[in-house]
Design a protein around this ligand. Sequence first.
Ligand code: AMP
Ligand code: ZN
Length: 477
Amino acid sequence: MTPLRLHNTMSGKTEEFMPLVAGQVRMYTCGPTVHDYAHIGNFRTFLFEDLLRRVLIQQGYQVTQVMNLTDVEDRIIKKAADKAITIDEFTEPYIEAFFEHLDILRIERAEHYPRATQHIFEMVSLIEVLSEKGHTYVSDGSTYFRIATFPRYGRLAHLDVSGLKAGARVDVDDYGKDDPRDFVLWKARKPGEQSWETPLGAGRPGWHIECSAMSMRYLGQSFDIHTGGVDNIFPHHENEIAQSEAATGKTFARYWLHAQFLQDAVGEKMSKRLKNFSTLRDVLAEGYQPRAIRYALMTGAHYRSPLAFSPELLKAAASSVKRLDEFAVRLGPIPSPLAGEGQGGPVPSPLAGEGQGGGLEVQQRWDDALRDDLNLPAAVGHLFEFIKAFNMRLESGKATADERAAAMAMLRHADRILDVIDFPQAVDAEVERLIAERRAARDRRDFARADEIRQQLLAMGIQLDDTQDGTRWKRIR
Ligand code: AMP
Ligand code: ZN
């Protein structure tokens, strides 16, 4: 089996992935700044992280993912103060909308969503360690990291830092800014600002220290993967490395993965600042289905290539999703489609022996493409080639029941990553089968098994309701 290979921004190379602990992956994904609704550019990055997570899980890893919520920074403090409400009151609706949008786009939940405002203690402790080790200085009540004390500074972004002016400082959090100088760890309170009373003085944390403190709190001092969008590389991730490694003396994260931008029609980065953005609500209001939006953002380009957002992209995605649905319908109800899914070897290609499978089986091609730095566009290309060929086989009446079952298993395998296909009849049949199995388990008083089946159905998005007339079920997503 080809190994999983991922492009590491740190080395600039695509490397074989080896976790620190066999079978387990710990990863940190920089989350949204909840000063407003996230735009779909942000969701391109979160969908890339969903792809990574799902591929790791399909590869058999147990994944612990942390995504922070940046709920304190300049814009949040200012907007909350303007409205004369607390930070929490201000951010709450955006946090709620963020989770709602994750669900709409079927982004699998991370294990932890720590909020910056709830980890002030960890941040202060980390800054204290840095101060003890001589990496900081205080000026006007704010604490700064002195990058001259960290010779490796600039390695991630491949910067030449020799010309940087040591001792100069910036105390802004605006991370659109390319300022390569010392950065703030703790910002002194300004009049009218919400602040925390700490041994560092009254103030609030800088943006970068949030991620160092929260990642180490949940994942340990060294972990496997750290991700974000390419705009996070510098200065945010560079600063995270400096703070974390200066404090611990250990490698912070081993693989750094970054998603390229979603752009507007003229090739500009989609951003709040340029006002060239759409939110998920905007795109849904135009009548596009969540599935088409998910598909467009995930498969429109490889995650390391820019993707231009356009109505054509969404229309093409909607038609691809429709073709996948239609293929599922054409394959018809298949007995026990979920049994053994995800385990075992590749699905035998129904086309093998016909000379059309090209020797390499379709699932093998799909998996190989994903193991090659998550090349989902290529994987989807193989899937559609297969569908085209298999449709011809269905039309000619040559497809056997076994071949149809194998094709359905392939479609389900692909949908473990894509998560866009509606499997109408097949799902219904499977749900009925599981309900019957659960009834049998209850009849023999095997409540553990019955409960396990209820959980399995829940994971499929099916909720059961035991009534006097028997068990009813409904889709909850
Ligand atoms: P923010 O809420 O600004 O902190 O951004 C959340 C995430 O979205 C970060 O990982 C950014 O790198 C990412 N991001 C911001 N703009 C874009 C864009 N146009 N395309 C893709 N990712 C983006
Ligand atoms: Zn971060």
